[in-house]
Structures are given as structure tokens and as C-alpha cells.
Design a protein around this ligand. Structure first.
Ligand code: NDP
Ligand code: 2IT
Length: 452
């Protein structure tokens, strides 16, 4: 069956030569599936893997807008509707200059398995634009979002495709996108998640990805009868996921000593306590400033990114846990080795695919507690699913209710990963566990639904 993985990758690389991140995501999954495909020949016969790899639909469109100087700008817009076997397409929108169709295909592909793991009925999708919200005025962001939605609206709907946030898309952007959708459709409906609390958003949705990644780490630690109490943690990023990862680590008695953005990172040996975290939230969510200001305010070291370095010094500090929460491939092989050398034995990925394959291999060989993104960061989309449920009910659950459901979902995901890893002969391997458990539900459904 190793042949199947090789043949599939040769086909994917030939068909989509420029989509390196997509190759990486597909390769990890097909490598996990060899025994599953051997035990279930009906999946091969029905070409389930090939059908999961090809998006059901990929939409690409022009997004023209006018900047504050009156100059016309134009960006690319995309929505990849990857798989709707188990529910409407569901997944975030990313606004970042690096966005391409291939990048979104990797994210949509990961989303299919992640959403399957959540236990909720959601298919997989992802979209976005190469628009960079950094440095833009609120009005420019609004004009961009309105133009983006002027095309996207005809492809989405509460039972069809439900976008949400991701890098560069938070509450502000979701608000503008929702406003334009409502205007164009003349319909108030739960078509986006991550909405404001006044208009159908769910409590805990902003917190959910970070909280979920920490709950997942805590679950992994329980397998060794340990908790997060007293653990030193490295966190990257300083956006939505990093902020609420930090909040939950603090609540559970851990200490976060690093945060970063694309300019560099801070190291605070005393820990980013709740008061300092409040400063970070204001800095990033309101003033939209750079993390270096933290170093200036609290008199701690800041290291700017060194484009000539072959490792990221953020991952080279003594610690117990790492929560990569910025972006894909932010932990290279050297960083992974540095983490191991520094005593890190828990890695819970808030970001999507933050570790390169050689790094993943190092973690698996070292038998540390390594929770891959599609399991560890599934709390965000799971809580989006809970937002959809509340919108359908025209009701809101309390903070405690949503948090309890999120916590239970993260425990269920952890259990599903452990059981699948055991059943397929790789105990403790959460990568195989997540890929296999996520795949089987989608594959069985596709068999049930026929060749569509
Ligand atoms: P935000 O836009 O809120 O924050 C992103 C953070 O990562 C910022 O600090 C940003 O720095 C940094 N960053 C982004 N791109 C790069 C890059 N190329 N190099 C270095 N730093 C970078 O996004 P989120 O916190 O929402 O997302 C973070 C990660 O979590 C992503 O991988 C996302 O896909 C994943 N994720 C998010 C979920 C959610 O619910 N939001 C759910 C599941 C996963 P700067 O501001 O300087 O660009
Ligand atoms: O990567 C992800 O899971 C997200 N960005 C969240 C998707 C969602 O629909 O909430």
C-alpha cells in the first residue's frame, strides 16, 4: 500500500505542480491511510481518496476596491469548496499577501478531516484573498470586504457554505462581510460564524481555538497523569489563537514566556500574566500595533526576525510545552530539534500545519505528546458549529454552556485520535489517529451517498 501513497503523490504533484503546501498536507494524510485502505478495499474501489483530493468546487474572482487616496486596487478572491459529504462547506477566510489557490487548497483539505473530528455535521472549505489588512484604514478594510462579498454571496448560505475567520479576518472583517451579505440577500441568517454577540455570534467563539488547543494539550498530559500546572510554554503569534491560548494556560497554572508577530518575538521570563495579556489584546485588536511595543513596555528582550537565520530562536528556550499559533511551516526541522533539546515534550498546534514534515517525524520518533493542528485547533471550528446551532435555534447558550460543550468536544477528539491510533497499530501517534478518524467518517459517508 506504500505504493498507493507514492502513486497518489506523483499524480497530485503532476496535476498541481505549484501547490507545495497542498502536496505536504495530502502526503501526510495518504501516508497515514495505508493500513486503512488495506483493510477497506471498498475505499480504493470507490476512489474515495482521489475524490477527497479534488475540490468539489473552487471559485476564483476579482476583488476591485478604491483606497483612501482614491486609487483603484485589485486583489484575488477565492473560495475552495472541498467536501460536503457530512455537512455544508465550513471553514475560514484568510486575508494575507501569501494567499494563493494552492495555499487555500491545503487549508480546505485539512479542514475536511478537522471538521469530521469535531463530531458535528460540517463539510470542509476555505477561502480568502491576497489582500493585506495590515496598514489599511478601517474604511479601506470595509470597502474591500464589501467588494469581496459582492461576489462571494452568490456561492454561500447557511445550508451551503458558512465561512468564518482565519489569519487577517477577525470580528471587524466578519462584521463588514455579514453586513454586505445581509444587504445583498435581504436576509438575516447565520451565513458566517465569528459574528459579534449583538447579531448572532456565539459566546466563546473568539476564545475557542486557543482554549481548545490548551484543552487538547491538557488531555494529552492526562495520559501521563500530568497537568499544565507549573509548565513553561512557548507560544508563537500574538493574534486570536495566541491570545486565548495564553489566557487558558494562565488559568490552568502554566506560564507563557514568548509571543511573536511577523517582525520578531518577545521573551518574558516572568510570564505573560493576565495584565500583560490585556495589554497585548489592546495592542493587537484595537491599536493594531507591533509586538515590539510589549518589549518596550515591560523591559524584556525583543528579537527581530533574522531572514538569514536557519532557525527561529523563539523555539530555542527551555520549556515544557509549545503552542505554535502563527502560521504554516513556522517550525522547521532545526526548530523541532531545538524544542526537543530544550526539554519540550508537549506540542499542541493552534496553527494549521505549523511543523514541516521532517519536524513532525522528529516529534513522533521522540514519542513526545504531539497534537497536530487538525485535532488540536479544531475547537475553533467546533464552536463555529455551535454558533450555527444557536442561530438555527434562534437562541444563545451561556458562556459556561458553550465552554463545557467545547471542552467535551476536545476530549472526544482526543479520544477518537487515541482509539484510531491504537486500532491501526501506532499507539500514541496523534497524527495517524487524527487522519484516520477524520477520514473514515467522511469516506463511509461518501460510500453511502454514491458516486457524486
Ligand atoms: P491572526 O491574524 O489573528 O494572527 C496571526 C498571527 O500570526 C499574527 O501574530 C501574525 O503576525 C502571525 N503571522 C501570520 N502569518 C505569519 C507569517 N507568514 N510569518 C510570521 N508570522 C505570521 O490569525 P489567527 O490567530 O486566527 O490564526 C493563527 C493560526 O491559527 C493560523 O495558522 C490559522 O490558520 C490557525 N487557526 C485559526 C483559527 C481561528 O479560529 N482563528 C482556527 C484554527 C486554526 P503579523 O500580525 O505580523 O502578520
Ligand atoms: O482553520 C480553522 O479551523 C479556522 N480558521 C476556523 C474555521 C471556522 O469555520 O470556524
Amino acid at each position: 500500500m506504500a505504493n498507493f501513497a507514492e502513486e497518489t503523490m506523483a499524480w497530485v504533484k503532476e496535476k498541481y505542480p505549484a501547490e507545495a503546501e497542498f502536496h505536504q498536507a495530502v502526503e501526510e494524510v495518504v501516508e497515514s491511510l495505508s493500513l486503512v485502505l488495506e483493510r477497506n478495499p471498498e475505499y480504493r474501489k470507490a476512489k474515495i481518496v482521489e475524490r477527497i483530493i479534488i475540490p468539489e468546487r473552487a471559485i476564483m474572482f476579482r476583488v476591485p476596491w478604491v483606497d483612501d487616496n482614491g486609487d483603484v486596487q485589485v486583489n484575488h478572491g477565492f473560495r475552495v469548496e472541498m467536501n460536503s459529504a457530512i455537512g455544508p462547506y465550513k471553514g475560514g477566510l484568510r486575508f494575507h499577501p501569501t494567499v494563493t489557490l494552492g495555499m487555500l487548497k491545503f487549508l480546505a483539505f485539512e479542514q475536511v478531516f478537522k471538521n469530521s473530528l469535531t463530531t458535528l455535521p460540517m463539510g470542509g472549505g476555505k477561502g480568502g484573498s491576497d489582500f493585506d489588512p495590515k496598514g489599511k484604514s478601517d474604511i479601506e478594510v470595509m470597502r474591500f470586504c464589501q467588494s469581496f462579498m459582492s461576489e462571494l454571496f452568490r456561492h454561500i448560505g447557511p445550508n451551503t457554505d458558512v465561512p468564518a475567520g482565519d489569519i487577517g479576518v477577525g470580528g471587524r472583517e466578519i462584521g463588514y462581510l455579514f453586513g454586505q451579505y445581509k444587504k445583498l440577500r435581504n436576509e438575516f441568517t447565520g451565513v458566517l460564524t465569528g459574528k459579534g454577540l449583538n447579531y448572532g455570534g456565539s459566546l466563546i467563539r473568539p476564545e475557542a481555538t486557543g482554549y481548545g488547543a490548551v484543552y487538547f494539550a491538557a488531555e494529552m498530559l492526562t495520559t501521563r497523569n500530568e497537568t499544565l500546572e507549573g509548565k513553561t510554554c512557548l507560544v508563537s503569534g500574538s493574534g486570536n489563537v495566541a491570545q486565548f491560548t495564553t489566557e487558558k494556560i494562565n488559568e490552568l497554572g502554566g506560564k507563557v514566556v514568548t509571543l511573536s508577530d511577523s517582525s520578531g518575538y518577545i521573551y518574558d521570563e516572568a510570564g505573560v500574566d493576565d495584565e500583560k495579556l490585556k495589554f497585548v489584546m489592546d495592542l493587537k485588536n484595537v491599536r493594531r500595533g507591533r509586538i515590539k511595543e510589549y518589549a518596550d513596555k515591560y523591559n524584556v528582550p525583543f528579537a527581530p526576525n533574522d531572514p538569514n537565520s536557519d532557525f527561529n530562536p523563539l523555539w530555542n528556550h527551555k520549556a515544557d510545552c509549545a503552542f505554535p499559533s502563527a502560521t504554516q511551516n513556522e517550525i522547521n526541522a532545526k526548530d523541532a530539534q531545538n524544542l526537543l533539546n530544550n526539554g519540550v515534550y508537549v506540542v499542541s498546534e493552534g496553527a494549521n500545519m505549523p511543523t514541516v514534515p521532517e519536524g513532525v517525524k522528529l516529534f513522533l520518533d521522540a514519542k513526545i505528546l504531539y497534537g497536530p493542528g487538525k485535532a488540536a485547533n479544531a475547537g475553533g471550528v467546533a464552536t463555529s458549529g455551535l454558533e450555527m446551532s444557536q442561530n438555527s435555534l434562534r437562541y444563545s447558550w451561556t458562556r459556561e454552556e458553550v465552554d463545557a460543550k467545547l471542552h467535551n468536544i476536545m476530549k472526544a477528539i482526543h479520544k477518537a485520535c487515541v482509539e484510531a491510533a491504537d486500532e491501526y497499530g501506532t499507539p500514541g501517534n496523534y497524527v495517524n489517529g487524527a487522519n484516520i478518524a477524520g477520514f473514515i467518517k467522511v469516506a463511509d459517508t461518501m460510500l453511502d451517498q454514491g458516486v457524486v
